[in-house]
Design a protein around this ligand. Structure first.
Ligand code: HEC
Ligand code: HEC
Ligand code: HEC
Ligand code: HEC
Length: 111
């Protein structure tokens, strides 16, 4: 009985810590906004790639995004890197990456 209780407590801790870990990721923040899996995963949630068209269905266009971040220097949505898939930087279920930093060292806050 005691062992079962410990196992249960461990399972609960594991569950809540993994939930806390993913709480900040894009997909989770979108879930809070009522954006379902299928809105990003048009071809099914087992599809690893989410093309930019899926994100732009709600977010408009790169030009519209560039306007939103026009005060950010360098503008992450308007530069020589081009209009890549959003997930080049904004990861769905893991920490996002500033892909510019493969070559540069910018101080960008990456949501
Ligand atoms: C069904 C509509 C919908 C889809 C699809 C969608 N978003 Fe969003 N997103 C929203 C809404 C609504 C907000 C909150 C208002 C805003 O900031 O535009 C938001 C906010 C954001 C934000 C800023 C807030 C935050 O939590 O960081 C980022 C970044 C973002 N979305 C990226 C993405 C990316 C990347 C994709 C595709 C992988 C995507 N979105 C797909 C609706 C959507
Ligand atoms: C090169 C990396 C990169 C790519 C690619 C990228 N973003 Fe972003 N995005 C950023 C960064 C960095 C910020 C935060 C800028 C800031 O406010 O400091 C941001 C902010 C945002 C925001 C919040 C804007 C606000 O008003 O605060 C949204 C929404 C967003 N991105 C959506 C998208 C979508 C949709 C795509 C694909 C069409 C995309 N981004 C592609 C780097 C990127
Ligand atoms: C805001 C858009 C968005 C939402 C909502 C979203 N995902 Fe994702 N998902 C992505 C992106 C982008 C990727 C590509 C890998 C990455 O960037 O993390 C991805 C990748 C995945 C993968 C491939 C494995 C992996 O982690 O890379 C699975 C499985 C998945 N998502 C399941 C889901 C499920 C289930 C839901 C609903 C609970 C969901 N996704 C909601 C954007 C989203
Ligand atoms: C594959 C490498 C690579 C990537 C990735 C990359 N750049 Fe560059 N970038 C360069 C090179 C090479 C130059 C030209 C040499 C220089 O001036 O540093 C340059 C020049 C620039 C310049 C003008 C010079 C300066 O430093 O003021 C800006 C601004 C810039 N990049 C922004 C970005 C942004 C924003 C991203 C991500 C969205 C990005 N770059 C991604 C290689 C890269």
């Amino acid at each position: 009985m005691y062992k079962i209780l410990i196992a249960l407590a461990c399972a609960l801790v594991a569950l809540s810590s993994s939930a806390a870990e993913i709480a900040g990721f894009i997909a989770d923040r979108h879930a809070k906004l009522n954006v379902q899996c299928i809105s990003c995963h048009k071809q099914g949630a087992d599809q690893a790639t989410v093309r930019k068209e899926q994100c732009l269905a709600c977010h408009g266009s790169y030009m519209a995004l560039a306007k939103r971040t026009e005060k950010v220097n360098p503008n992450p949505h308007y530069n020589h890197f081009g209009d890549r898939d959003c997930s080049t930087c904004h990861q769905g279920h893991s920490p996002s990456v500033t892909s510019c930093d493969q070559c540069h060292k910018f101080d960008l806050r990456m949501p």
